[in-house]
Design a binder for this molecule. Structure first.
Ligand code: G4P
Length: 526
């Protein structure tokens, strides 16, 4: 198959949700359809419910699983589907944001009893920032939940997106009878059996035909007719271009646990969702159809084995064809590398591949050359956009507690922060190292991994900080004045860029007011 056809048949996406909405269950059902797994329970949830050290031990156990499930690729009806896994725990939200830089669209799962939750809102904001086409799966219809109108209203208002229902639920909870497909005017009846694999949809002539009563009873039939009339009046028909621009999101109702509505979701997703899209770089827009290979690292996974330092860099292929053993340029280092064992992740198994196409994710073995955001090309200087670090919210001083292991500590901190586990700053006046994270669990992760992988031990000292933000200005005088007055609150990031450590929301606001020519940034890409 040629490059264009390979691109057209690829669907690379992520499933995101607030913890417990049903992301793992839905992923598993999609994999069952794709034949990538053969029984339920094969995909382990990678969520950690509480924030304690013992839970962190759980993460360690699960790291092996999460490499395998980082990318789940399978073939289905002629499509090559790549599902990118995102961490369930909110302390790893930044990992999720970066993974979203490598997908072309998302499926957002919402628990229909709980509606929009905090993580749904945060993740959907990131999707909106990227204009990522989104499809909603309103899950757990077998439970009593919000009525569908309120649910859709809440999503539209809180997530600032227009919705377009593709199916409509008939009842809910104990009275849930199934869904009506608004587009092909068919009924899917709910049997409540978890094993139900293929849903038989029943084509009905029209919503007004008498056969509707036969299937769902008179009361439900009348209610459905009323609902459909309202829904058709309120929600416009789906225009694919609007979906592709991230303006409108199709909505499906179902129950992942009961495998209900999943087939419909998958089929419609494959038809509607975009094949690999062009990627933005600082230099130009890169089109997947281009002849020459380019790609970027969006995730680095340390090897489980504490004795070797090997890591896997996950690279999204953005253009051209990646080939095994062909030399590619590591743009940041200006060096050329060949990869003899690039892996693909098909059916959650890793295997060595000869070539990969745009939309594919490949795993490259790395001994410390890659950082998140690095690009590989056939010689062109390209720096892909959209892989920012976010301004951290939690901070601690990190101190060496074993004077004989200071080199190991420095190396460990350098590499773990390359992986995106946390951000490292150096306080300007004291030269002390500060670790900044978006979640408290990361501090345990770092301490544990420093000891296990680098034999370095550290302790933390508290530091009272509200936010760290990057700043720049063309007004040199103002910049110098700011730096002089705020000496105590200045740090450098790993790349030597200036960072302001604001100890309170008030001092940040004062800095912004008093130094109007200075731009403060809350993500590292500006
Ligand atoms: P997550 O990855 O988004 O965190 O959610 P996950 O799939 O793990 O689902 C969270 C809980 O919700 C699980 O129950 C799961 O069985 C349940 N669930 C998922 N989809 C549905 C659905 O359509 N209907 C109903 N009623 N429940 C659903 P759990 O008790 O926390 O875990 P488990 O012991 O069942 O694994």
């Amino acid at each position: 198959m040629d490059q264009i056809s390979e691109i057209k048949r690829r669907r690379t996406f992520a499933i995101v949700s607030h913890p417990d909405a049903g992301k793992t269950t839905l992923t598993e059902k999609l994999l069952l359809f794709g034949g990538a797994i053969h029984e339920a329970g094969a995909v382990k949830s990678n969520k950690i419910k509480k924030t304690t050290v013992s839970d962190f031990m759980e993460i360690e156990k699960q790291r092996g699983i999460s490499v395998a499930t980082s990318v789940m690729g399978f073939e289905y009806k002629g499509y090559k589907v790549n599902i990118l896994d995102t961490p369930g725990h909110q302390d790893f939200a930044e990992d999720t944001y970066r993974t979203l830089s490598a997908v072309d669209s998302v499926i957002i799962v919402v628990d229909s009893a709980k509606g929009v939750e905090t993580q749904t809102e945060k993740l959907s904001n990131v999707c909106r920032m990227r204009n990522a086409p989104s499809i909603f799966f309103l899950n757990k219809m077998d439970r009593e939940g919000l009525d569908p109108y309120s649910l859709l209203d809440e999503i539209e208002q809180k997530l600032k997106i227009s919705l377009c229902p593709m199916t409509w639920p008939i009842g809910m909870g104990k009275t849930f009878k199934g869904v009506y497909n608004l587009y092909n005017e068919s009924l899917n009846l709910f049997s409540g059996q978890e094993k139900q694999l293929i849903e038989d949809s029943i084509k009905i002539e029209s919503i007004f035909s008498k056969e509707l009563e036969k299937y769902i009873g008179e009361e439900a039939a009348n209610k459905l007719r009323e609902d459909i009339e309202v829904v058709r009046g309120v929600y416009p028909k789906l225009i694919r271009e609007e979906y592709l621009e991230g303006l409108v999101a199709p909505v499906f109702f179902g129950s992942a646990l009961n495998n209900f509505g999943v087939n419909e979701l998958l089929n419609s997703f494959l038809e509607q969702a975009p094949s690999p899209l062009p990627s933005q770089t600082n230099e130009r827009i890169v089109n997947p159809e281009e002849q020459k290979f380019s790609g970027f690292v969006f995730k680095i996974h340390a090897n489980l084995h504490p004795l070797h330092r090997a890591r896997i860099a996950f690279v999204k292929v953005c253009s051209g064809v990646f080939e095994r053993n062909k030399p590619y340029m590591h743009v940041r280092q200006g060096k050329w590398f060949k990869f003899s064992n690039p892996t693909s992740f098909m059916a959650a198994k890793q295997s060595i591949i000869e070539e990969a196409f745009p939309g594919d994710i490949i795993g490259l073995h790395d001994t410390g050359n890659f950082k998140i955001g690095d690009s590989l090309t056939e010689g062109e200087i390209l720096n892909f956009k959209g892989i920012p670090s976010f301004s951290p919210e939690l901070f601690r001083y990190v101190e060496n507690s074993d004077p004989f292991k200071s080199k190991q500590l420095a190396k460990g901190l350098e590499q773990l922060t390359d992986e995106g586990v946390a951000q490292l700053f150096t306080h300007k006046t004291s030269n002390r190292k500060i670790i900044g994270t978006v979640g408290a669990l990361q501090f345990d992760v770092i301490q544990f991994r420093l000891l296990n992988e680098y034999s370095a031990s550290c302790r933390y000292d508290s530091i009272q900080l509200h936010k760290a933000c990057w700043f720049v200005s063309d007004n040199r005088a103002q910049l110098e004045d700011f730096k002089k007055r705020k000496t105590q609150y200045l740090a450098e990031d790993k790349y030597g860029r200036d960072v302001f450590l604001a100890d309170s929301a008030f001092s940040l606001k004062m800095a912004q007011d008093n130094f109007p020519d200075i731009q403060f940034y809350f993500k590292s890409e500006f």
